[in-house]
Design a protein around this ligand. Structure first.
Ligand SMILES: NC(=O)c1ccc[n+]([C@@H]2O[C@H](COP(=O)([O-])OP(=O)(O)OC[C@H]3O[C@@H](n4cnc5c(N)ncnc54)[C@H](OP(=O)(O)O)[C@@H]3O)[C@@H](O)[C@H]2O)c1
Length: 411
C-alpha cells in the first residue's frame, strides 16, 4: 500500500520539493499559508490534499488533523518542514528586538511545532515516522544565531521526548539537519553579492529532495531518537562536537560532561594485576605498590582528589563475603561480578591513570570504557607503539618518574 505522507511548509523550499518527490510513490498531503503557491501545487499534483493553514493557529491545525484523518485514516510519515529563520543579530547586543523576531521564531519553530505534534501524533500508524526539520544550529551555536539556535535546540528536545513517548506505539521520531540548501530562507540573510553567490553554490532544494526523500520514506523504528543529517551532506555534518575552526569545541554540541570544578575529581587507578601469569593467587599478583605511588603523585597535584582503586574494591568485596582474593577467584560467577563492578566504576570517574609496564587485558577494557565515557585518559607505559594505548590515551608517560614530574600539565 502506498504510504500516506504529510509535509508542512510545502509552499516553497525543502517542504515543496520533498512533497513533489514523495508524490511519485506515496499519497501526499501538505500545508502552508501562500495561496498562490498552493494553487500552483494543486495544478501540478491534483491528487494531493493541500490545506491553507497558519500553523500558529491551533484551531486551524486541529481542523486539518480532523480532515486528514477522514481523508487518510492514519499517517505513515509526517515531515515538519515549516520553519522561520530570524535575522542574524547578536544576543549580547542591547538593541531591542524591534521586529519581534524572537517572538515569531518561538511561535513558528517551537509553539506551532508542539501543536502540530500534539494534533498529529495520535494519527500516526504503527511503524510510521515523524521527521522534524532541525538544523546544524539545533546542535551547535554561532555568533548572531542565538535566536534561531534556541528554537532549533527546542526542536531537537521535542523530537527526542516524543521518540520516547511513542516507542510503545512503534512510531519513530527523528530530527533532521538538512545541511545547507539554497532556499529563500538561506538567501534572506544575505547582504552582499558575494553572499548571494555563495548561496547559489549550495545544494538546490531539488537535489536535496531527490536524495533525502527516499531516505525519509525508508526510516524505521531503529532510527528513532536519532539526530539525523541529510544524505549528501559534508562528513563533518554527521557529528556533533566537531568544532568550527574559529570556535571552541563546546560551541558544537554539549561536549564532554564533567563534574563541576567544585566537586572533587575522581581518579581511577588502572594497571596490571596479574599480567600474563596463568594462575591467580593473592600472593601471585604482579607488584601492586605502583597504586600507592600513583595515588601519592595525584594527591600532590590535586589535593582534593578522590582515588578509586579497583584492587581495594575487589578486596573489600571479598571481605564483605568473609573471603579473600583466592576465595573469590574459585568462583567464575564471583569473578565476573567483581570485574563488572570494577569496570562499571570507570564511568563514575573523571580521570583514569593506567600503569602498564606490560600488556594487561583488564586494563585495556577499563581504558576503553574510559574513552567511551570521555574521561581524561593517562597511561604510564614503555609500550609507546601499542595500538590500544595510542588509540585511547590523552597522554602517555614513559615511566613513573615522568608521571611524577609532569602530571600537573596533563590534568
Ligand atoms: N535551507 C537550509 O539551508 C536549511 C538549513 C537548516 C535547516 N533548515 C530548516 O528546514 C526547514 C525548511 O526550510 P526552507 O529552507 O525550506 O525554508 P523556506 O524556504 O523559508 O520555507 C519555509 C516554509 O515554512 C512555511 N511556514 C512558515 N511559517 C508558517 C506558518 N506559520 N504556517 C504554515 N507554514 C509556515 C512556509 O510557508 P508559507 O510562507 O506559505 O506559510 C514555507 O513553505 C525549516 O524548518 C528550516 O529551519 C533549512
Amino acid at each position: 500500500m502506498a504510504k500516506r505522507v504529510l509535509v508542512t511548509g510545502c509552499t516553497r523550499g525543502l517542504g515543496r520539493e520533498l512533497l513533489e518527490v514523495f508524490a511519485e510513490t506515496a499519497r501526499v498531503a501538505g500545508c502552508g499559508r501562500g495561496e498562490l503557491e498552493l494553487q500552483a501545487m494543486r495544478s501540478r499534483l491534483p491528487e494531493a490534499r493541500l490545506w491553507r493553514v497558519d500553523l500558529c493557529e491551533a484551531a486551524e491545525v486541529e481542523q486539518m488533523a480532523l480532515e486528514l484523518q477522514e481523508h487518510f485514516g492514519q499517517l505513515d510519515l509526517l515531515v515538519a518542514a515549516a520553519g522561520f529563520m530570524p535575522p542574524n543579530a547578536p544576543l549580547g547586543d542591547s538593541a531591542p528586538d524591534a521586529a519581534g523576531a524572537w517572538r515569531r521564531a518561538v511561535e513558528v519553530n517551537v509553539l506551532a511545532l508542539a501543536q502540530l505534534l500534539r494534533s498529529f501524533a495520535p494519527l500516526m500508524a504503527p511503524k510510521g515516522a515523524i521527521v522534524v526539520l532541525s538544523s546544524r544550529y539545533g546542535r551547535a551555536v554561532a555568533p548572531g544565531m542565538g535566536c534561531y539556535s534556541a528554537t532549533k535546540w527546542a526542536t531537537e528536545a521535542m523530537a527526542k521526548t516524543l521518540a520516547l513517548e511513542l516507542l510503545a506505539r512503534e512510531v519513530a521520531v527523528v530530527s533532521l539537519d538538512p545541511g545547507v540548501v539554497n532556499t529563500e530562507m538561506l538567501r534572506q540573510n544575505c547582504q552582499t553579492e558575494e553572499e548571494l553567490k555563495w548561496c547559489a553554490q549550495q545544494r538546490s532544494p531539488e537535489e536535496f529532495a531527490q536524495e533525502c526523500g527516499p531516505f525519509l520514506l525508508s526510516l524505521g523504528l531503529e532510527d528513532t531518537g536519532r539526530n539525523l543529517t541529510a544524505p549528501g551532506s559534508p562528513e563533518s555534518y554527521f557529528q556533533t562536537g566537531v568544532p568550527y575552526k574559529d570556535r571552541p569545541a563546546w560551541a558544537s554540541g554539549f561536549g564532554a560532561f564533567r563534574a563541576s570544578r567544585r566537586q572533587a575529581r575522581r581518579y581511577f587507578i588502572s594497571g596490571v594485576m596479574l599480567g600474563s601469569q596463568k594462575t591467580l593467587t593473592e600472593a601471585g599478583l604482579a607488584p601492586q605498590n605502583y597504586r600507592q605511588q600513583i595515588s601519592d603523585v595525584i594527591r600532590k597535584a590535586d589535593p582534593e582528589a578522590v582515588i578509586v582503586d579497583p584492587l581495594e574494591v575487589v578486596q573489600q568485596k571479598a571481605a564483605r563475603e568473609n573471603s579473600n582474593m583466592d576465595g573469590l577467584n574459585s568462583s567464575t560467577g564471583a569473578v565476573r561480578e567483581a570485574f563488572l563492578e570494577v569496570v562499571g566504576l570507570v564511568q563514575t570517574c573523571d580521570v583514569i591513570v593506567s600503569h602498564l609496564p606490560e600488556a594487561s587485558m583488564g586494563s585495556a577494557v577499563e581504558l576503553w570504557e574510559a574513552r567511551k565515557h570521555q574521561l581524561t585518559v593517562l597511561t604510564i607505559s614503555p609500550m609507546k607503539d601499542n595500538w590500544t594505548i595510542r588509540s585511547v590515551t590523552d597522554h602517555n608517560f614513559a615511566d613513573l618518574a615522568d608521571f611524577e614530574a609532569n602530571l600537573s600539565a596533563h590534568l
